[in-house]
Design a protein. Structure first.
Length: 676
């Protein structure tokens, strides 16, 4: 028998003992979320609930396996928990049994990403108007739009209007493509990953099947509920319709994946969706010092649409988080790298150091500084800066200007032009050998086919501008960024804006070099850093660089959050979306709560998109009480507002507060020469 009162705190124990009926468990950061779920399952098994009557839904196979193993260890028996798994794996298991009711054979195929894109390409070819001159969305972009529409349970036209308005003119053809894609999958007796959930919900529209399954699942537990989308929420509602024993565990303060269609309203509206629901709060944090949690509590308290929680710790001591402004991005990077170097020399394990940032392009200066100092790092949330496709593309154009015989550079720039394949590219390369100027290159187009001619002309437009640009590398990059290459990014990628931001960071880096040869050499050295025999060296002896999104669920003793600057964090694009500011604030909260002991918040005073504009502190820094920070800035706050994007709009402080003596608040002025 498990001694629950001894092994759980009072908050956790209440969930385990009182978890019948609809229950919302608000699990604050580091409060033992996985622990409470596994103990609840173990408690149900001890009470005699059959394993096949418990449905445990997770977001990853790893989380599911971890919970099943914990339950086995707790109960001391081989608890199989046959209905523990991801949403998709559970849907697949059910659909194998009932697929005939949806006119599928039970041997239906599950399409992987490559299979899905291959089938979608055929549908696009059949539906797309070939006379359209404007760049059409790429296959990947179309697939993402269709997927978001289905998971968010929104019309495709609404998704395009809200998120990709520049493609709104294509809505009719996109809808036609989506219809053709659905039809093609059905004819092939195949489902993609989204179909598993869509078809499960469709199956649950059958009253008999819905009754049968919801009767079977006497208890439903859902992990990471803040990450569920509307489709998943609808499925849970159906499956819990008989017993109504649905216990969801999550934290609205950590809902940060709306770009994947996750909907924080699933948590915020839980009590409306499940009348009579119990609400439990896990507010005891086992990870961080109170000095860190005080800053986190201060930040998240500014959100209006939330369940109020105040994290408290069992740990004592800890230094106040340090706020450190810098003149520019370069000095910010040098400070962070220097502090990391000090910690490593003092014996701090590399596994206990992480640098977090809002967007991938924010890390470029730091990556270069770490390379210069020989500090190894692993990158999460994407590729290292110089390994990203668009960075390599632009460098390839510069390599061609520097060395017109560079075959690999030719291949890279030609193969993303429409109508030019590998054979056509090699033909062009062979004909370009010895071409002395642009006029001679233009003549190559006369021997190409119609489709290849258009792509070749597009390349020449870019290359001509590049050849006539100034000799400084930064000027050359700017020419490419402002060329038709930007149209290529816009049509190919949903995150084109972020990729352009990467390229603008490349311009900042290039401004340090007058020589194209020196610039290309340093870029190549950076790209090959930590490579051995052409392969990435995997090592545990590295610090972590990560986007804030990828850092969720992880923890380190020492955490740096960099570029907490106006225009960078909160993200400008997020501010244009409904609820965007509050989600950005939640993202900041997630970053802060990754720190166990030491937290550093840094920002540059200058260094906007092209490194020459004033930025200053993020509005989020101005929301933190200066008493909570070791503040290396000096600014009398000019902001008498609480920044919020909710229905309440901007809230103003009272006149009494207005005329109180001002306190020093995190800001953008330097205190002394040391801050340089």
């Amino acid at each position: 028998m498990i001694d629950f009162p001894t092994e759980l705190n009072q908050e956790q124990l209440a969930v385990v003992y009182q978890g019948d009926g609809p229950c919302l468990v608000l699990a604050g950061a580091g409060s033992g979320k996985t622990r409470v779920v596994t103990y609840r399952v173990a408690y149900l098994l001890e009470k005699g609930i059959s394993e096949d009557k418990i449905l445990l839904l997770t977001f990853t196979n790893k989380a599911s396996a971890e919970m099943v193993n914990r339950v086995k260890n707790l109960t001391g028996r081989d608890s199989r928990l046959p209905w523990a798994g991801t949403f998709h794996s559970i849907a697949h298991k059910i659909l194998r049994k009932y697929s005939s009711l949806l006119d599928y054979k039970n041997n239906f195929t599950i399409l992987d990403e490559d299979d899905s894109e291959s089938l979608l390409k055929i549908c696009v070819k059949n539906c797309k108007d070939t006379t359209v001159e404007k760049k059409f969305p790429s296959i990947g972009a179309i697939k993402n739009i269709i997927s978001f529409s289905r998971n968010a349970e929104l019309p495709l036209s609404d998704v395009v209007d809200l998120k990709y308005p520049n493609w709104f003119e294509y809505v009719p053809v996109l809808e036609k493509i989506a219809c053709e894609y659905s039809k093609s999958k059905k004819e092939a007796n195949a489902m993609d990953f989204d179909d598993l959930l869509v078809n499960l919900l469709l199956l649950l529209q059958n009253p008999e099947i819905c009754r049968r399954l919801s009767e079977q699942f006497q208890y439903i537990l859902v992990d990471e509920y803040q990450d569920t989308n509307r489709l998943q929420s609808s499925i849970i509602k159906k499956l819990s319709s008989v017993h109504n024993n649905v216990l969801v565990v999550g934290d609205d303060a950590q809902s940060i994946y709306s770009f994947r269609a996750a909907d924080v309203k699933n948590i915020l509206n839980f009590e409306c969706d499940y009348l009579g629901a119990k609400v439990f709060k896990l507010e005891t944090n086992y990870r961080s010092y109170q000095t860190v949690l005080d800053v986190a509590n201060s930040i998240i308290s500014k959100n209006l649409k939330q369940y109020k929680k105040v994290l408290k710790t069992i740990l004592f001591g800890g230094a106040k988080p340090l706020l450190k402004p810098h003149l520019d991005q370069s000095s910010e990077a040098k400070f962070i790298a220097g502090e990391i170097e000090k910690k490593l020399k003092a014996g701090t394990a590399t596994s206990e150091i992480a640098v977090l940032f809002r967007a991938a392009y924010h890390s470029q200066q730091l990556e270069m500084e770490l390379v210069r100092r020989g500090i190894g790092y692993d990158y999460r949330g994407g590729l290292r800066f110089f390994e990203r496709a668009h960075i390599k593309d632009v460098l390839a154009y510069l390599r061609l200007r520097h060395n017109p015989s560079d075959t690999s550079a030719w291949l890279r720039v030609l193969l993303h032009e429409e109508g030019i394949g590998p054979a056509g590219a090699m033909k062009i390369i062979s004909m370009s050998t010895g071409a002395a100027n642009i006029d001679e290159l233009k003549q190559i187009g006369e021997s190409l086919g119609d489709r290849a001619t258009g792509g070749w002309q597009n390349f020449l437009n870019i290359y001509s501008a590049l050849m006539s640009s100034e000799k400084k590398p930064s000027d050359m990059i700017e020419v490419v960024v402002e060329s038709p290459y930007a149209d290529y990014l816009s049509s190919e990628y949903l995150d084109a804006a972020e990729r352009l931001s990467d390229l603008k960071q490349l311009i900042i880096f290039a401004k340090q070099h007058d020589s194209l040869d020196d610039f290309l050499a340093e870029a190549a050295l950076a790209e090959n850093f930590a490579l051995k025999n052409g392969k990435r060296v995997v090592s545990s002896d590295r610090i972590i660089l990560s986007t804030l999104h990828q850092a969720k669920g992880l923890e380190w003793k020492n955490v740096f959050i960099m570029n907490v600057a106006r225009g960078a964090f909160p993200n400008d694009r997020a501010l244009r979306e409904d609820g965007g500011l509050e989600e950005e604030r939640r993202l900041f909260y997630v970053g802060i709560t990754r720190a166990k002991e030491n937290l550093y918040l840094t920002y540059p005073m200058s260094g906007g998109s092209f490194g020459d504009s004033l930025t200053g502190p993020s509005v989020f820094l101005e929301e933190i009480s200066p008493d909570l920070l070791e503040d290396h800035s000096l600014l009398i706050s000019n902001h008498n507002t609480s920044f919020n994007d909710s229905e309440a709009g901007v809230s103003y402080i009272s006149e009494e507060e207005e005329f109180q003596p001002k306190k020093i608040s995190p800001g953008s002025f330097l205190r002394d020469i040391d801050d340089l």
